[in-house]
Design a protein around this ligand. Structure first.
Ligand SMILES: NC(=O)C1=CN([C@@H]2O[C@H](COP(=O)(O)OP(=O)(O)OC[C@H]3O[C@@H](n4cnc5c(N)ncnc54)[C@H](O)[C@@H]3O)[C@@H](O)[C@H]2O)C=CC1
Ligand SMILES: O=C(CO)COP(=O)(O)O
Length: 352
């Protein structure tokens, strides 16, 4: 109650939300839609435009006020609309929320580059590492746009469906420019959304990318019905591995125990709504990856990121048995059972 009062008084004239007139969302999938709606709910005269590819989905959003493909059954606020036309979507927008899956982000950004002014901040919610370049989104965005662009990385435990249901959620806005991080904090913060800030972009991004790989491992353990002990041991080991790699990359230790680290690891490794965990569960039950992917309409970023992690482990000379085993299972080099046997038979160690 007190929290909500604080917000009501903070959202007075002059705040970034008050000043914002139009926000464009790249990607009309589940998370782009949910975050767009979260912004639109806060300010009825804010224009939120989802840039989508599919004209049928576009029509549904505009006529039924519902994302019939990705968030069926949830009504969207009337100030959210969709278009397939990039120049029109972007024109006049003060912020761009980027919710296109990582592996499609480079091509997408190259396609809209000429319409996006270099001063418009990108608020990136995509979590993962690009196959091939191994880049994080903070590296991929300037590389794809071939220029500097202000960018903030918003991450943390936040299932799209629960954001859409306006249930309490906490995320972290990471930006080297602390002032811009605070602007994004003020944009998204509401009585149902807490937004912390940090300047540790690398830490937030690497935690967000690797927790998806760990969630696949957690799903495998669940799918094989190995029990609570095994699951807890696996997640604890995975947390250590993420910390070892994150430290090598220069991340702050506090980020690991924060929302984008432990918070999102807990959500995705234990939460029924996680797509990465559900890919793992199906692998653990013996399904083939090709069949799992063919039957899923939504992205599970951990599948692509797992292969990149193997390269990072090599590059930074850090042993990541759980995270790299996920890549081996996905590549069909190991069965899930062999991976568990392999991990259980590693040398007994001193805790690090
Ligand atoms: N769904 C969730 O609960 C959360 C998702 N995220 C992250 O947000 C990102 C997007 O995820 P979702 O919205 O869940 O995915 P989704 O699978 O629901 O939707 C992806 C959207 O991106 C579009 N897209 C794909 N390739 C494209 C391209 N080349 N050009 C333009 N659009 C393209 C699709 O048409 C679709 O609208 C991912 O990186 C995910 O890890 C982050 C937090 C929560
Ligand atoms: O990142 C997420 C929640 O914070 C969503 O996780 P999944 O992609 O596994 O559903």
């Amino acid at each position: 109650m007190r929290w909500s009062k604080v917000f009501r008084t903070r959202k007075l004239a002059g705040s970034p939300l008050e000043a914002a007139k139009k926000i464009v969302v790249f990607g009309g999938g589940s998370f782009g839609t949910a975050m767009g709606c979260a912004l639109a709910r806060q300010k009825p005269d804010l224009e939120v435009v989802l840039l989508v590819r599919d004209p049928y989905l576009c029509k549904d959003i505009n006529q039924l006020h519902e994302n019939t493909r990705y968030l069926k059954g949830f009504k969207m606020p009337p100030n959210v609309r969709a278009t397939t036309h990039a120049p029109e979507a972007i024109a006049g927008a003060q912020y761009a929320v980027h919710a296109v899956p990582v592996q499609s982000s480079r091509a997408f950004l190259q396609g809209i580059k000429e319409y996006l002014p270099s001063t418009v901040p990108i608020i990136c919610v995509s979590k993962g590492l690009e196959v091939g370049s191994g880049q994080m989104m903070s590296e991929l965005i300037p590389s794809a746009l071939e220029r500097k662009q202000p960018a903030v990385f918003l991450s943390g435990p936040s299932f799209a469906k629960e954001v859409m249901q306006n249930r309490p959620t906490g995320v972290v806005a990471a930006c080297k420019d602390a002032k811009l991080a605070r602007t994004v904090q003020a944009l998204f913060a509401s009585p149902t959304m807490r937004v912390n800030t940090t300047t540790d972009v690398v830490g937030v991004e690497i935690c967000g990318a690797l927790k998806n790989v760990l969630a696949i491992a957690a799903g495998i353990v669940e799918g094989m019905d190995l029990g609570h002990n095994a699951l807890a041991a696996l997640i604890a080991q995975g947390c250590s591995e993420i910390r070892w790699l994150a430290e090598k990359l220069g991340a702050k230790p506090t980020t690991m125990s924060g929302l984008s680290g432990l918070g999102d690891i807990m959500l995705t490794c234990y939460g029924d709504l996680s797509r990465n965990r559900s890919v793992g569960m199906r692998l653990g039950r013996g399904e083939r990856l090709e069949d799992i992917i063919a039957s899923s309409s939504q992205v599970a970023e951990g599948v692509a990121t797992a292969g990149v992690v193997v390269g990072l482990a090599r590059k930074y000379r850090v042993s990541l048995p759980v995270l790299t085993a996920v890549a081996q299972v996905l590549d069909n080099n190991l069965t899930a059972r062999e991976a568990v046997f392999h991990i259980m038979n590693l040398p007994q160690i001193e805790e690090a």
